[in-house]
Ligand binder design. Sequence first.
Ligand SMILES: [Zn+2]
Length: 436
Amino acid sequence: MVLYKPGQSTRYPSDPVKDGIRFHFLGGGDEVGNVGCIIEDNTGTRLLIDYGLAPTRPPRYPDQSPPITDAIITHSHIDHIGMVPWLTQFNNVKFHGTSLTAAVSEIMWRDTYKVSRIEGYPLAWDKRDLEYALESWITHEYGEWFEVGFWKCRLHQAGHMPGAAMIEIKTPTRTILWSGDLDTRDSPNTYGAKPIDCDILCLEATYGGKEHPNRSEEESRFVASVKEIVQRGGVALVPAFASGRGQDILRILHRDAPHLNVHYDGMGTRLTKKWFDNPQHIRDPETLNKVWKWTKKVSSKSDRKKALQADVIVTTSGMLDGGPALWYLNRLRNDLANGILLTGYQAENSGGRKLLNEGKISIFGNITQIDLKVSQFQLSNHAGHSDLCNFAKKCNPKDMILFHASEESRNVIFSEMREEITIHLPVNGTSIQVNS
Ligand SMILES: [Zn+2]
């Protein structure tokens, strides 16, 4: 696969914006993840928001970005940040984000590079681009105004994970709010997002039409399930994402079951250290500090063997597509006292989805039958349907662009809110014009 021959694959229109504001989705318009959106107006100011990839096999990438001088990155999940190093081909490009997003980006990019080498999938950027990208960050605190061309921008807490940001953009004519990945609820490591008054709201609609179970009840159900496994003499294996979910799980277990012996393995162990360097982004960092001391971190092969005697192992990957989780599963699978607790959505074609649907999973290339009990918990860090709609109403926009969602999810919000707000449903590779 040849990717991104410069100047050949962009579908960005070549004509300047005459009136209003143009939103052009390179990716993430009519899909979840893989986000990239160009915003431009008639002042000639052009901004890219996020530039991710979808970590499927093979990975999917957004369309090629037209030349830019500035990109704002909402958070460090791979579907929002994975392609950012490619942008360094534009001279002196600047990446704006919170200090925590910038700090975590290095771990995410190095891991993406490593995985692409192991799996043999092409990546459009190389190690040199990665090093340039690390030098291209300009970090901002929440609430601090900065300029991009003729616009003023500032970041606000998005509640999705520590350091995640919404973006408020003031153009000469309009105020835009870009939600990023959003959660209005408080979660163990971060506080929920608050609405911001705006003219145009770009809202992620991942959970449009779907409600979450009550968060604290779901946390209790999770802890009860862990205790049940431990009481019957088993080990609870908890696959969890490195950025956010894993640390949430540790805090929940420390709060509700401090007597348990909990081991933590995978990329999250390195990533959490970046959290400690940026405590202003963490809800109650002192408690996280206590949790960290209580957690047994796995950093060697012998630690990993010891972890097999633990009560709970929290590790990556969250969808059982790789990482230490598969190593543990391979060793724990023969003792039926053990159990697997999935802590979130399992994507189509992921290991976790195959395990749920077929009771089988690929471990080091072998399709393996798993007889352990598998449970799933909805500990998502995206707002559910009602929270999304309430948030949108309180932002009081005239126009709303729904992105980062399936067609079904967007349609539910569209039919519910179309009478109050003009709603746009972007399609990747095409532009939406919002006029003054
Ligand atoms: Zn995210």
